[in-house]
Write a protein that binds this ligand. Structure first.
Ligand SMILES: [Zn+2]
Length: 377
C-alpha cells in the first residue's frame, strides 16, 4: 500500500481552500459531479516573476511547484512554504551523462556491439550497471532525507533514446556483456557463443518477446527500489513520474519495445503519472485536443477515472513555453484546459525557465489557472 490518507489530504486540501474561498464565483456553484479539484502546477523553477508582480502564488492560481532536485535549497523551500504551495522535486534517473564519462562501462551498447552514441546528444545509461544504480538510489535517498518536500517525480526513466521530438531516435540497447548475462540468468534462455551483433539479432527476432519483457522488468525494478526508499525515508511524499505520453500502439509500440516503460507494472509503486504530451514539439501544434486524447488513453490503461481519493492520479505536464515549435499566447487556455480534462486531476506548465521573459504568457496562465476548477467537467 503506497497511498496513505494523509497523502490525499496534502494534495486535495489546498485546492479546496482555494476553490471554496477564492476561485469559484458565488453564482457558479460546483456541480455535484465535479472532481475534487485540479492541481495547478509550475515546472522548472521558483516563479519569481509572479511574486515580483505583487501577487502571491496562491492568488495567482498556483498550487504546486516542481524544481529540479539539484536546484532545491533551504531558502527556496522556505519561500515556497511561505507561499503555501506544494513543493515537488524532479529527479533524473537514467540520464546522468557525467557518470558515463567517468565510467565508460556504464555506456549503453548497441546492436552492433559498439557503444551506442547518444542520439541527438541524449546520453542514457546501461540499466544493469550496479554502481550507477547505487549512486542514483543514494542521491534519491539524500534528496528525501535532506528536504521536507511533498514528493519526487522520476524523470528520464527510460532506455537510451531521444524521444522528445516529432521524429524520435530510439536505438536498440543495451547489449553489453552484463545485460546479456542478466537476461540469460533471468529467462533461462542460452544465447550461442557468437558475436554481440549476432546475439542482438536473435534477441530482436527469435527472443524478442522475452527480451522486451526482461527490459521492462529491469526498469520497473528501479521504480520498486525508489518506492521502497520513499516509504522508508519520507513516507508522506508522493512518488510521481514524468513519462512518455504514447499509447501502447503509438510509434509501433515504442514506449514498451524501445523505451522500456511499463506503466501498468510501475503503477504498483507510482502515485502520480505525469505524461508529457508536448503537443507543439511533437507535431500536434494545431491539434491541442491530442493532449486530452493521450491522457484519456492513459486513464483507460491504468483504470484511473479522476475521482477524488483514487490511489493513482494523472497530472500531465503540457507545453506552454516555445521549444522548437512555438506555442502562441492565444492557445494557452486551450492547452491547459485540455490538460486538465478528466481523468486528469492536475496540470502543470512546461516550463518556467522558458516563460520568465514573456509576461503575456504568464498572464494567460494565471487567467486559466484561476478559472480551471469551474471548467473541468
Ligand atoms: Zn548493459
Amino acid at each position: 500500500m503506497h497511498l496513505t490518507p494523509p497523502r490525499v489530504a496534502l494534495v486535495v486540501l489546498p485546492w479546496l481552500v482555494a476553490t471554496g474561498l477564492a476561485v469559484v464565483a458565488a453564482d457558479q456553484p460546483l456541480a455535484p459531479a465535479a472532481p475534487a479539484g485540479v492541481v495547478r502546477g509550475i515546472y522548472g523553477g521558483v516563479p519569481q516573476e509572479i511574486l515580483d508582480s505583487g501577487s502571491s502564488l496562491r492568488a495567482f492560481g498556483v498550487d504546486a511547484v516542481w524544481l529540479g532536485s539539484g536546484s532545491i535549497t533551504d531558502e527556496r523551500l522556505a519561500l515556497l512554504r511561505q507561499q503555501q504551495v506544494q513543493v515537488y522535486a524532479e529527479f533524473n534517473t537514467m540520464h546522468v551523462a557525467d557518470y558515463v564519462k567517468a565510467h565508460p562501462d556504464a555506456a549503453p551498447v548497441g546492436s552492433d556491439g559498439q557503444v551506442s552514441p547518444p542520439p541527438n546528444g541524449w546520453q542514457g545509461v546501461c540499466p544493469t550497471h550496479e554502481g550507477y544504480r547505487q549512486s542514483r538510489m543514494a542521491a534519491f535517498r539524500e534528496l528525501l532525507t535532506r528536504f521536507a518536500i511533498d514528493g519526487v517525480w522520476l524523470d528520464y526513466h527510460h532506455a537510451h533514446a531521444s524521444w522528445e521530438q516529432a521524429v524520435p531516435e530510439m536505438p536498440d540497447t543495451c547489449f553489453c556483456t552484463r545485460c546479456l548475462q542478466r537476461f540469460q540468468q533471468a529467462t533461462g534462455i542460452t544465447l550461442p557463443a557468437v558475436s554481440t551483433r549476432e546475439r542482438a539479432t536473435r534477441l530482436l527476432s527469435t527472443h524478442r518477446d522475452a527480451w522486451v519483457r526482461w527490459r521492462l522488468g529491469v526498469f520497473t525494478d528501479w521504480v520498486r527500489e525508489f518506492d521502497a526508499i520513499r516509504d522508508e525515508v519520507r513516507p508522506t511524499a508522493l512518488l510521481g513520474t514524468f513519462h512518455n505520453a504514447w499509447s501502447d500502439e503509438d510509434q509501433q509500440g515504442a514506449r514498451l519495445q524501445k523505451l522500456a516503460i511499463d506503466l501498468r507494472a510501475q503503477a504498483a509503486y507510482i502515485d502520480v503519472f505525469s505524461p508529457m504530451p508536448y503537443h507543439a514539439r511533437f507535431g500536434h501544434a494545431d491539434d491541442p485536443a491530442w493532449i486530452s486524447r493521450q491522457v484519456q488513453w492513459l486513464g483507460r490503461h491504468l483504470g484511473v477515472e479522476g475521482r477524488p481519493g483514487e490511489r493513482h492520479r494523472i497530472w500531465p505536464i503540457v507545453q506552454i513555453a516555445d521549444w522548437g515549435t512555438p506555442v502562441p499566447v492565444a492557445q494557452i487556455d486551450t492547452v491547459l484546459t485540455e490538460g486538465a480534462r478528466r481523468p486528469s486531476t492536475g496540470v502543470m506548465v512546461f516550463n518556467w525557465g522558458g516563460l520568465r521573459t514573456n509576461p503575456d504568457k504568464i498572464d494567460a496562465i494565471g487567467r486559466t489557472f484561476r478559472a480551471l476548477p469551474t471548467r473541468t467537467p
